[in-house]
Design a protein. Structure first.
Length: 247
């Protein structure tokens, strides 16, 4: 707890038995509740997570967003919700830097921006992100800037948001577009999004998204789907507002 704010961390997990214990162990003590959403694992991810003190929730519908939504539904009373991956690619200790500005009321939404990814493409050797994920992330951020005018340096998984704002966003993406949907919807509402530099390392095990051709293609599709969909939605709304004022 920070500044009397109850903090819940949600960790989507699919076959992360090798890493989930390390992730939970390294989460800062200021976190009050850890929820691991088992998204259909066929190993003992759930048993390990429970043995490390986490609440385990099951979501049979596969998808990163589906797991996050299941975690949100199970939260109960809390003030802030943070998200982190279960593969140990993030440094859970860095959560404190992402959570603190939201807990003390300076921001309602903060995201962890992985260092040496979208911010420094001049030297691609100093990052553990796969090359196609680096370039896809950079391209998505460029399109967000081009169409929406919001400057992001990453679409990273580590983030913290107030429950009130998260509820207002009415999140719906069930898979790869989750982070993009959240960042764009918050920005469209006029919310100032804090971008916090965080560390990143090679994950434990094989990625279900960037580690497969299909996963990479689908992730790219859904990211650009949300960028274009929300752009068209806002453009249509602005056009209607203009016409109504002209009448």
């Amino acid at each position: 707890m920070i500044a009397d704010k109850h903090i819940t961390v949600i960790i989507p997990a699919l076959n992360e038995s090798e890493s989930i214990g390390r992730v939970i162990t390294d989460i800062p003590d200021v976190v009050d509740h850890v929820i691991v959403v088992d998204n259909g694992s066929d190993d003992n991810t759930d048993m390990i997570a429970r043995s490390f003190g986490a609440t385990v929730v099951y979501e049979k519908n596969k998808g990163y967003g589906a797991a996050c939504l299941a975690g949100i539904r199970s939260v109960g009373q809390t003030d802030l919700i943070a998200f982190i991956d279960g593969d140990y690619s993030d440094y859970p200790e860095d959560l404190i830097d992402v959570v603190q500005p939201v807990a003390d009321g300076r921001y309602r939404f903060a995201i962890g921006c992985r260092q040496n990814t979208a911010s420094n493409y001049a030297d691609l050797s100093h990052t553990d992100l796969p090359w196609h994920q680096r370039w896809g992330n950079w391209l998505a951020c460029c399109f967000i800037d081009l169409l929406h005018g919001y400057k992001f340096s990453d679409l990273g998984p580590m983030r913290c948001i107030s429950l009130k704002l998260l509820t207002r966003l009415q999140m719906s993406d069930a898979n790869y577009g989750w982070t993009t949907e959240m960042q764009l919807k918050a920005s469209i509402l006029g919310v100032s999004v804090l971008q916090v530099p965080v560390r990143y390392r090679q994950r434990i095990g094989k990625s279900k998204i960037s580690g497969t051709v299909r996963g990479s293609i689908m992730a790219g599709y859904k990211i650009f789907y949300w960028i274009i969909r929300l752009f068209l939605h806002n453009h249509k709304g602005a056009h209607k507002a203009f016409n109504s004022r002209s009448m």
